[in-house]
Design a protein around this ligand. Structure first.
Ligand code: MG
Length: 165
């Protein structure tokens, strides 16, 4: 079964959103590095790489379904933040937008009666629950420890343990 034109267009749009997420998170990582918050920067870099993985997963799926990927321009990301709390507040808001867009994709697949696409999208639905929960918990703890001193240092070290990048 071929993807409907509408679903194909929406999947293409989602590839752009995942790449835009990666771009935003790389921009945040760079700001965090600049603030000597290397642990948080490392966490954010890992997050950016994950987003590119999401884009690639959708890219591959479109081809698997006999569709065509057309890439669009990626918006210039924000490059300055007030503090780490603002970075993670923006991250949470961004992930909530992505969740909405994934839910809209699933709505389309349901309308199309496209069972295969529904199964494919379920992975993303679950992934978004995890993404929002992990960012929310970081944000809660950051607000608790405040924006400087030992608390911030400890949070930075803790987030750096995600490591690898
Ligand atoms: Mg994503």
């Amino acid at each position: 079964m071929v993807l409907s034109k509408k679903l194909q267009a929406a999947l293409n749009d989602q590839i752009n959103k995942e790449m835009a997420s990666a771009y935003l998170y790389f921009s945040m990582a760079s700001w965090l590095h600049d603030q000597n918050l290397d642990g948080m920067a490392s966490w954010m870099n890992a997050q950016a790489i994950e987003e590119m993985g999401h884009a690639k997963k959708i890219y591959s799926y479109v081809y698997e379904r006999g569709g065509r990927v057309i890439l669009d321009a990626i918006d210039k990301p924000k490059s300055d933040w007030k503090n780490a709390v603002e970075v993670f507040t923006d991250t949470l808001a961004h992930e909530q937008l992505v969740t909405k867009s994934i839910h809209a994709l699933l709505d389309l697949a349901i309308k199309d009666n496209d069972h295969a696409a529904k199964v494919f999208l379920n992975w993303f639905i679950e992934e978004q629950v995890e993404e929002e929960a992990s960012v929310e918990s970081i944000l809660d703890r950051l607000k608790l420890v405040g924006d400087k001193g030992v608390g911030l240092f400890m949070m930075d070290r803790h987030l750096g343990e995600r490591g690898g990048h």
